[in-house]
Design a protein around this ligand. Structure first.
Ligand code: SAM
Length: 220
């Protein structure tokens, strides 16, 4: 079977790799020099966009580090993380400090185990380019978001002339135009984009803030 994105076998190998990496993931150099600054920038954008979310979902949450930080900012919110890799979920559950109420489940972006409109904030950092079917995942994001919800997606977005360089890797690194079209197809409207630092550089348009609605129209 082939989805809109990666062949299912390639995707399963990718996720298995994350599962094996999970116990060492948070101590990796990649985490320190690339992912942590990106997560910090994402949290700052969330703070600009939403005031007191009641229910937050992190898709492709890895070891749950972003949610642990968000729990500090939004102590009254219900915080949930999903990841396709069982190893990541085990690690995330083991890392929850006493007194914090976070829940984690093994699940794919393309099939979220939640009722329609469950969350008022959905976030995803550096996971989207791994999704086997990005369009289906975005439809799921829209489905689980409330009408006034907010989606903050952080991932690499490339200029068209660079797309060819990533195509061979099997990852689905998209252009800004393609991302906007996919969001629109899922009834999500890109509201704005922001850059994020990583490897000591600033990467343009990595953070996309979107709301339910169609181009030029919000659902509110
Ligand atoms: C690079 S890690 C990012 C983890 C975390 N968000 C962070 O910022 O450190 C990508 C994660 O996405 C997960 N993933 C890949 N495809 C997925 C899918 N279709 N649905 C949910 N999670 C997925 C992987 O298992 C992996 O844990």
């Amino acid at each position: 079977m082939r989805t809109h994105g990666k062949a299912t076998g390639a995707w399963a190998r990718d996720v298995a790799h994350f599962g094996h990496w999970a116990p060492r993931y948070e101590r990796s150099l990649l985490q320190r020099v690339f992912l942590t600054p990106i997560q910090t920038a994402t949290i700052a954008e969330i703070g600009r966009e939403v005031s007191q979310p009641q229910a937050i979902l992190d898709i492709g949450c890895g070891t749950g580090v972003l949610l642990r930080h968000l729990a500090g900012s939004y102590p009254l919110a219900r915080l949930v993380g999903v990841d396709a890799a069982a190893g990541m979920i085990r690690q995330a559950q083991a890392a929850v400090p006493n007194g914090l109420s976070l829940s984690f489940a093994e699940a794919r972006a393309e099939q979220l185990p939640f009722a329609d409109g469950t969350f008022d904030l959905v976030v995803s950092t550096m996971s989207f380019h791994h999704w086997a079917d990005q369009q289906l995942g975005l439809h799921e994001v829209r489905r689980v978001l409330g009408a006034e919800g907010c989606f903050v997606l952080t991932d690499v977005v490339v200029d068209p002339w660079l797309s060819w360089a990533f195509a061979a890797s099997g990852d689905r690194i998209v252009t800004a135009r393609r991302l906007e079209a996919m969001l629109a197809a899922a009834s999500l409207r890109r509201k704005r984009s922001a850059s994020a630092p990583g490897f000591g550089l600033r990467h343009g348009r990595m953070i996309t803030v979107a709301r339910p609605g169609h181009l030029g129209v919000t659902a509110q």
